[in-house]
Ligand binder design. Structure first.
Ligand code: SF4
Length: 364
């Protein structure tokens, strides 16, 4: 098995489920290193050696949902809720534009009320006006109606990240007791694509009750749903959540390793998508994001949120970079990326080649 796998990795031959299972579970360092090397070569071939910045603005921790793993879920009464004023959001977007980021990500808890929907729509229009439409804007605002996706797209949003969290419907129901409809989440990904967005999704890796086969299913799900962007990371515990009570056997090194292998396998399986080296990797190791890049990721999300608000936006314990302002974050992440031998594609949108190909194919 080992020799065969080494040949497949060297030749970039298609991996089957047994290969993927073996590569996710093996303790063999030769195979592990061959997986990383193969994924990095695949990345160079399909998306190059540039890393794209997406400046993230976590503009509100208000949320109407109660996901069992999340530190800002509705029933957590120990955090102070905030929504950053409109002018500060636009100011952060302008800063990103002037700092040559080319792309930003607006993220918040999930709100479906008309005040929140209107607020986002206005923010998008204001950002468009203030930057002359120069920024690619991604939204990560949870599950919404088709009509809301359409309104936000028309107001200027080009990309949407809606994480499925797991492709296992039973596990999904357990994680989302107040809204267990896995099929609805899948349908939303279809709505997003039909609306014209570049579509992103992702999963948590190393959840209690999650199996290796679930993780393989996750990667197959990304391909089946024709996803353009992947934002996935290791599951990190927030101590003040129901799911934390189910975690008995938690090893940060194992979580990191599993996260890196998932990035590598996803790169090998999907080839030309954008994959983020998420902050969660850095929460597990100081150079976690650099390791993510070397495993095949090509996107990093520097935090643009004013440090005054960061305390209130902790989805998990031990979130890094809590005190670094946007300028410090830019410098730090630039150094980190450069240390891997890659460069940052300042001023470039960095659309996923997968998206470009699929839209050209249908003449969009
Ligand atoms: S994961 Fe998102 S939708 Fe769920 S509780 Fe947290 S912020 Fe809200």
């Amino acid at each position: 098995m080992k020799e065969l796998l080494l040949i497949k990795l060297k030749n970039h031959d298609e991996l089957d489920r047994d290969d993927m299972r073996f590569l996710l579970e093996t303790g063999d360092q030769d195979l592990r290193n061959a997986l990383m090397e193969s994924a990095y070569r695949m990345k160079k071939k399909h998306v190059g050696v540039s890393v794209y910045f997406r400046g993230i603005i976590e503009f509100s921790n208000q949320c109407s949902r109660d996901c069992s793993y999340c530190g800002i879920r509705r029933s957590n009464e120990d955090i102070k809720r905030f929504r950053i004023p409109m002018d500060e959001i636009v100011e952060a977007a302008v800063w990103a534009h002037e700092s040559d980021y080319a792309s930003i990500l607006l993220q918040s808890g999930e709100r479906r009320d008309s005040d929140s929907i209107n607020f986002v729509e206005t923010a998008l229009k204001n950002i468009w006006q203030a930057t002359n439409g120069a920024l690619r804007v991604t939204l990560s605002l949870g599950d919404q109606t088709e009509e809301t996706y359409r309104r936000w797209h028309e107001a200027g949003a080009a990309r949407y990240l809606l994480r499925i969290e797991t492709s296992n419907a039973d596990l999904f129901s357990k994680l989302h007791p107040d809204d267990p409809d896995h099929a609805q989440r899948k349908q939303s990904l279809v709505f997003l694509r039909n609306t014209g967005y570049q579509v992103g999704t992702g999963v948590m890796i190393g959840l209690p009750g999650q199996t290796t086969d679930d993780l393989i299913d996750d990667i197959c799900f990304f391909r089946k749903m024709d996803i353009d962007m992947i934002g996935m990371g290791p599951y990190l515990v927030h101590s003040d959540t129901p799911l934390a009570a189910e975690v008995f056997d938690y090893h940060p090194e194992h979580q990191l390793e599993l996260g890196l292998r998932m990035i590598a396998l996803t790169r090998l399986f999907l080839k030309d998508v954008n994959i983020a080296a998420t902050t969660a990797l850095q929460a597990l190791a100081h150079d976690g994001r650099e390791q993510g890049i070397m495993a095949g990721a090509n996107v990093i999300m520097p935090n643009l949120t004013d440090v005054r608000y960061r305390e209130g936006y902790q989805l998990y314990d031990g979130k890094p970079c809590m005190d670094e302002n946007a300028t410090q974050c830019r410098g730090c992440l630039t150094d980190r990326v450069n240390s891997t031998g890659e460069n940052i594609a300042f001023g470039e949108w960095g659309d996923a080649p997968h998206y470009v190909k699929r839209t050209q194919a249908v003449g969009v």
